[in-house]
Design a protein around this ligand. Structure first.
Ligand SMILES: *[C@@H]1O[C@H](CO)[C@@H](O)[C@H](O)[C@H]1NC(C)=O
Ligand SMILES: *[C@@H]1O[C@H](CO)[C@@H](O)[C@H](O)[C@H]1NC(C)=O
Ligand SMILES: *[C@@H]1O[C@H](CO)[C@@H](O)[C@H](O)[C@H]1NC(C)=O
Ligand SMILES: *[C@@H]1O[C@H](CO)[C@@H](O)[C@H](O)[C@H]1NC(C)=O
Length: 440
């Protein structure tokens, strides 16, 4: 009975079919007429304009891509960008987390700090109190402590879940930032925020700094084939991931990428991952739920498989990390002996530092000029914040920043921010040249 259509219902069928046909005709006409017209290769400027045109012009065929189109940036390129930081730690990291937060602090940025469930309630409370009682944090109100802590398994997908959680909070609370940066309590900045913001102010906001490669090599057998379970997904107590005896074949629906777990991601890309209007970030997330060391692959795989973002990557993680050769699971701890290497690397961040190591004091003194009594790095914001009475401090132009002049440290190594800038731009050119070659 139900399967047999009534005659009145059938009468609707014909117009429906006709309109469907018309629609598909229109779509195919649009498809054939919108073939890419040019593909500049050599010049950085052309590459830059290419990103913009690809984000604003092409791909308007599908509703999803329409949603992705970012608003045309009304801000001039030189306006001051804002950063959104996640700083996370575990048991015993409270002190170093607070120190890293102070060294990174700038009122224009946003911060989410998280001590995971393994840290004792006392330690987590100390963090809450420290942030609440700080004169500057409470006045500006841009530091948020995640009080309902997550259990985070090192190497497991709960690490990615935690990063996505923090990114979602940062989107919800204001969301007026340009880049998201994921750090841990054992990271430390090598440049002041004024320097960093000044440098970034001249870069296109679409860029994603994510070190990645499709050459997964040994990881194919050791990472992509095993199936692991992260106990952090269902247990309240921390334990390592465990393996299942079955192996699976390597994913074919998308290409797997791997790279550094440290990155700086654009606002648009974070929205793409969190809102999930395209199914790719969600599918890949579920795939990575059983993947060993998913933080070293999730964002890399999503960004490189999403055509609207794959050309926005800069293959650099903005960190100085000292690995063994061949790399082991953990990098070296950085000490005073690594100082000049670190400075020469031109990276804005470094890891991994032992707690309260003297090298941190040297960085404070020579690179950041951190104030010994209040712990902040006094940038251009500090005096202004003291001279105005409103809580909503804002930096409107790069003139409000106080990028340091080239600093000379004891051994006579010149250290200047412009060097980093040049290094980044060079990388950027190089990456573009590479992707263009690959695609042709
Ligand atoms: C984010 O930060 C943590 C440090 O707490 C790190 O271990 C993790 O791998 C990072 N990356 C991602 C993608 O979660
Ligand atoms: C540290 O900051 C305070 C104000 O908070 C200031 O009076 C003092 O001079 C600063 N110290 C240094 C060494 O800059
Ligand atoms: C800020 O407000 C206090 C009183 O609340 C006042 O004494 C002080 O002069 C004000 N400072 C500025 C820079 O307006
Ligand atoms: C982006 O890169 C792909 C290859 O990875 C290429 O086919 C495409 O034309 C590029 N698009 C733009 C807008 O540069």
């Amino acid at each position: 009975m139900e399967t047999k259509p009534a005659p009145q219902q059938r009468r609707w069928l014909v117009p429906l079919l006709v309109s469907l046909l018309l629609c598909s005709l229109l779509i195919s006409v649009a498809l054939f007429s919108s073939s890419p017209s040019f593909s500049p290769r050599t010049l950085l400027f052309l590459s830059l304009s290419q990103i913009r045109s690809s984000l604003h012009g092409e791909n308007t065929l599908f509703v999803e891509s329409k949603l992705i189109l970012p608003p045309i940036p009304s801000t001039p390129v030189n306006a001051v960008p804002r950063l959104a930081y996640l700083i996370s730690g575990s048991a015993g990291d409270g002190g170093s987390l607070r120190r890293t937060l102070k060294a990174l602090y700038h009122p224009a940025n946003r911060y989410v700090v998280h001590l995971d469930l393994e840290a004792s309630p006392v330690e987590r409370l100390e963090l809450v109190v420290a942030v609440r009682d700080d004169r500057i944090y409470s006045r500006v109100g841009n530091v948020r402590v995640i009080e309902r802590a997550n259990l985070v398994t090192y190497r497991g997908p709960t690490m990615v879940a935690n990063t996505l959680h923090a990114a979602a909070i940062l989107l919800k609370e204001g969301g007026d930032w340009d880049w998201f940066i994921n750090l841990s309590a054992s990271d430390y900045p090598l440049v002041t925020q004024d320097d960093l913001l000044y440098t970034l102010s001249s870069l296109p906001r679409q860029l994603n700094f994510i070190e990645h490669t499709s050459d997964i090599g040994w990881k194919e057998y050791q990472r992509a084939k095993p199936v692991i379970i992260d106990p952090g997904l269902y247990s309240l107590h921390k334990s390592d991931v465990f393996w299942i005896t079955e192996k699976r074949s390597v994913a074919t629906a998308y290409k797997l990428f791997t790279g550094s777990a440290w990155m700086m991601l654009s606002h648009q890309f974070i929205e793409f991952c969190i809102w999930g209007w395209d199914n790719l970030p969600r599918t890949v997330l579920m795939y990575y739920a059983n993947f060993l060391s998913s933080p070293e692959g999730y964002f890399h795989t999503v960004i490189c498989n999403a055509p609207q973002f794959s050309n926005t990557t800069v293959n650099h993680d903005l960190h100085y990390i000292s690995w063994d050769n061949p790399p082991k699971q953990h990098p070296h701890f950085l000490t005073l002996n690594d100082f000049s290497q670190m400075v020469h690397s031109n990276a804005p961040f470094a890891r991994k530092f032992p707690k309260e190591d003297p090298v941190l004091d040297q960085i404070d003194r020579e690179l950041l000029s951190r104030n010994a009594s209040d712990g902040f790095v006094h940038g251009g914001w500090f005096d202004r914040l003291n001279n105005v009475n409103d809580s909503s401090y804002s930096v409107s132009s790069v003139k409000d920043l106080r990028p340091g002049p080239a600093k000379t440290h004891q051994k006579g190594i010149k250290y200047s921010m412009s060097k980093i800038f040049v290094a980044l731009l060079l990388r950027f050119c190089y990456v573009f040249a590479n992707t263009q070659q690959k695609s042709s």
